[in-house]
Design a binder for this molecule. Sequence first.
Ligand SMILES: C[S@@+](CC[C@H](N)C(=O)[O-])C[C@H]1O[C@@H](n2cnc3c(N)ncnc32)[C@H](O)[C@@H]1O
Length: 255
Amino acid sequence: MTHAAGAKPIGAEDETSAAQAVRHMFNSIAPRYDLLNHLLSANVDRLWWSRTARRFRATLVNPNAAVLDICCGTGDMTMALLKHRPPGARPILAADFARSMLSRGAQKFGGRGAVALEADALHLPLRSASLDLIVTAFGFRNLANYQAGLNEFHRVLKPGGQLGILDFSEPGGLLGKAYGIYFRRVLPAIGRLICGPVAGDKVGPYNYLPASVGSFPRPAAMLELMKAAGYESCAWQPYTFGIAGLYTAARPLVV
Ligand SMILES: C[S@@+](CC[C@H](N)C(=O)[O-])C[C@H]1O[C@@H](n2cnc3c(N)ncnc32)[C@H](O)[C@@H]1O
C-alpha cells in the first residue's frame, strides 16, 4: 500500500507517529512560538493573516456564519478573522490538537468572539455540513494525510461553504535560491538558538519547517488534490513573491 502524502517528521513511520511527533514538537515550542514566528518572518506573517482574513470578509461580516480556524495554534489567524466579525456574531471556533499552543491562543481571545477547541483536524468533532468557512494558516502542511484533511474539511463544510489554506511555498528563480539558503540554513540556526534543543527531537523543529515545505505539494499538485476531494473554484494566490500563498476553494452547492 502506498502512503498518502502528508507530513513526515524524521523518525515517524506511519500517520499515527507522524501526528504524535508534530503535536509533541508544537507543544514543546509553544512558549517561544510567537517570538520566533515574528522574528523569522520580520513580521510579514501579520500581513499574510490580515490578507487572508480580508479575502473572506463577505462571509465573516455575516453574524450567523459558522467559522472554524483549524490548526489555530497561538491564535493569530483567529485574531485577524475576529477583526471582521460584527458585534454579537457567532463565536469563531479555534481548534488545535496541541494543548500548549491552543491555551496561548485562548488567552489572546480571552472569550471575546472565539472559543478554543482541542481537536484533531483529521477527525473534527463537528456535524457534517455545519460550517460556512474553514481557514487554516500554516497548519495544513503539518497534517499526516493531506487528502484525509481535505476530505474532512469537505465533510463539515456546508454546500457552498468556503475553504482557505494559507501556507508556505517555495518561490522560483533567483529569489527562490536566496530564500532557500535563508530557509534551510539561517532559519534553523536562529530557531535552535532561541528555542534550544527540544526533547525527543535530535534535529530541532526549525529543521522540520524547511523539510516540510520542501515536501509539500507544489501549487499545481495541491490544486489537483483539492479538485479530487470534490472542491470547486480552486485557486492559489501567491503572497510576497510566492514565499507563502493562499489556496481557496468551495464545497459545491450541488453535488
Ligand atoms: C505552524 S503552527 C500554525 C499556528 C497558527 N495557525 C499560525 O498561523 O501561527 C501549526 C499548528 O497546527 C497544529 N496541527 C498540526 N496538525 C494538526 C492536526 N492534525 N489537528 C489539529 N492541529 C494540528 C499544530 O499543533 C500547530 O499548532
